[in-house]
Design a binder for this molecule. Structure first.
Ligand code: UDP
Ligand code: MN
Length: 255
């Protein structure tokens, strides 16, 4: 018997849970051989949870305030780290031998399963400060010891950006870098168009990083395409791919 490996994501509300549904279906469409696991908080509605049950192997309800003594203590000192703590919970999923965390605002366009051949902590450079990794995609090994170490770091030194990315970069300074195609930030591709034209077809995971998420754009059923918000027109091909999966596989189940 060998322990399973899994993709893990997080949703604290129905909006991100819709993103997670599209993410899960997009991984299945690309024939992943890994389990799919999602951590949700009680704010996710029952209707959306039953949809999650149909695509995720495991739906784990986590509640930041009930997440054990050490987490609770650390939280009382640093209440702004609420969502961050929820993400750190992925290290407690010790039923899995290795995992890849994926933000819920990611779309899979080619099979990324070879990520699992890399060690903890493997990730992609952040486009804002490439010495740091972006915490939207990372390979990790669940471990209560590591979880404890991360919580005590959060409590003592905190996070230099107030979120999980700052904390995780401080915790894993010797991280391993993999190609940008494993966390292609859609909005960044246009800062270097020739490279995008050369390599863009290799993209495996598209990350809709930033304020406006795919589910917040308006989709026109008549034309079958997204009416992108101003400033987002260059993202139309990816937004259309996201919405195509939403329309075909998620929307029919939404009550
Ligand atoms: N997240 C969540 N609820 C929130 C904010 C974030 O569940 O209110 C989770 C979700 O998985 C999301 C991830 O945390 O993808 C990171 O947040 P986000 O993707 O919004 O950050 P960005 O990638 O834009 O920096
Ligand atoms: Mn994200």
């Amino acid at each position: 018997y060998t322990m399973a490996e899994a993709y893990v994501t997080l949703a604290t509300n129905d909006g991100y849970a819709i993103g997670a549904l599209v993410l899960g279906h997009s991984l299945r469409c690309n024939h992943t051989t890994k389990d799919l696991c999602i951590m949700i908080t009680p704010a996710v509605s029952m209707a959306v949870r039953s949809l999650l049950d149909s695509v995720y192997n495991k739906v784990v309800v986590v509640d930041v305030l009930d997440s054990g003594d050490s987490a609770h203590l650390a939280l009382m000192k640093r209440p702004e780290l609420g969502v961050t703590f929820t993400k750190l919970h992925c290290w407690t999923l010790t039923d899995y031998s290795k995992c890849v965390f994926l933000d819920a605002d990611i779309l899979c366009v080619q099979n990324p399963d070879d990520l699992f051949t890399h060690p903890e902590l493997t990730a992609v450079c952040d486009v804002g400060w490439p010495d740091c990794f972006n915490s939207g995609v990372f390979v990790f090994v669940p471990s209560q010891d590591t979880y404890g170490r991360l919580l005590s770091m959060a409590e003592t030194t905190g996070s230099f950006d107030g979120g999980d990315q700052g904390l995780l970069n401080s915790a894993f300074p010797n991280w391993h870098r993999v190609s940008f195609v494993y966390n292609m930030v859609a909005s960044a591709t246009y800062t270097y168009l020739p490279a995008y034209k050369q390599y863009g077809a290799n993209a495996k995971l598209i990350h809709f990083l930033g304020a406006m998420k795919p589910w917040q754009h308006r989709y026109d059923v008549g034309s079958g395409s997204v009416s992108t918000a101003p400033g987002y027109t260059h993202l139309a091909p990816y937004l259309n791919s996201w919405w195509a999966i939403y329309q075909r596989l998620v929307q029919p189940g939404v009550p």
